[in-house]
Design a protein around this ligand. Structure first.
Ligand code: SAH
Length: 262
């Protein structure tokens, strides 16, 4: 044991394993069969709030550890989560690090895999259904469509588009003519919709916001590149939500009456 033997592991020479597991967007029926089995088998589940209330509600309190936002509103530092995964595994525990959607889509799954590899801790990545595709889909919006778009970009809206070296090139995205799916994009919606319009994207381009996709209180709000900020404000849309920008967002109207919960 690397911690000087103060903690008693299951066995001195047994290192546990860490499973980096995607929960899907939130509906427990959209967990993979493997994720469901691992949640049952795990000794400890490290999670944040993104898997949603229904999935978290199925995990016994005694084996849950919240490594998301803490009571004071501060985020648990990534270093803590990294260290905790290693510590538990070295105690011989089977650990599920549960992430919303897919662990590798804006989920730090890449960082956590490298950390575990460097620490010599056995791990396995278990993909999940990303909200970036499932969110639009359950709102009747296919992220690609033969008649509308043959490409889709997944981008973070967290960046400040006015900052000199924004990691997201909104003008280039506008030029692709493809669907743009923005994660973490509620707060900066005014900035990037303006950036896209400045780059020449038509103001009447359909835009949809899907809030808490597949959670019991899912909501969808629609508008255009020009109106969506006002829609967000009047509807009070809050994170977590997906923004879909592109002609495919207009598809929703054509299937509306058959959508779950509409
Ligand atoms: N790994 C996750 C994304 C993590 S980034 C995935 O693959 O889905 C966090 C962002 O994901 C949120 O800000 C929001 O934009 C999006 N998100 C995750 N779950 C969501 C859900 N159920 N409904 C809407 N947006 C969601």
């Amino acid at each position: 044991m690397s911690d000087g033997g103060e903690r008693v592991g299951k066995s001195d020479d047994t290192v546990g394993k860490v499973y980096l597991v995607g929960s899907g967007p939130g509906d427990p029926d959209l967990l993979t069969v493997k994720a469901k089995r691992l949640l049952e088998e795990a000794d400890v589940v490290l999670h944040d709030k993104l898997p949603g209330p229904e999935i978290l509600g199925t995990i016994p309190e005694a084996k849950r550890e919240d490594v998301g936002k803490r009571a004071g509103g501060e985020w648990t530092p990534q270093e803590y989560t990294n260290a905790r995964m290693v510590e538990l595994a070295r105690e011989g525990e089977t650990v599920v690090r549960l992430k919303g959607g897919d662990p590798t889509v804006f989920g730090r799954g890449g960082e956590e895999m490298v950390h575990l590899a460097e620490e010599g801790v056995p791990f396995e990545l278990v993909p999940g259904i990303t909200s970036a595709v499932a969110g639009p889909a359950v709102a009747g919006i296919p992220v690609t469509h033969r008649d509308h778009t043959s490409s889709v970009s997944f981008v973070t809206g967290h960046e400040d588009p006015t900052k000199e070296e924004s990691a997201v090139d909104w003008a280039a995205l506008a030029d692709t003519g493809g669907t743009i799916v923005v994660l973490m994009g509620v707060g900066k919606l005014p900035d990037y919709t303006a950036a896209l319009r400045e780059a020449g994207m038509a103001p009447e381009t359909p835009v949809a916001l899907i809030e808490r996709a597949t959670w019991p209180d899912q909501r969808v709000a629609t508008g255009t590149l020009e109106t969506i900020v006002a829609v967000r404000d009047s509807e009070g849309i809050e994170p977590p939500a997906i923004t879909v920008i592109g002609d495919v967002a207009g598809q929703r109207e054509r299937v509306l009456e058959f959508l779950e919960g509409e």
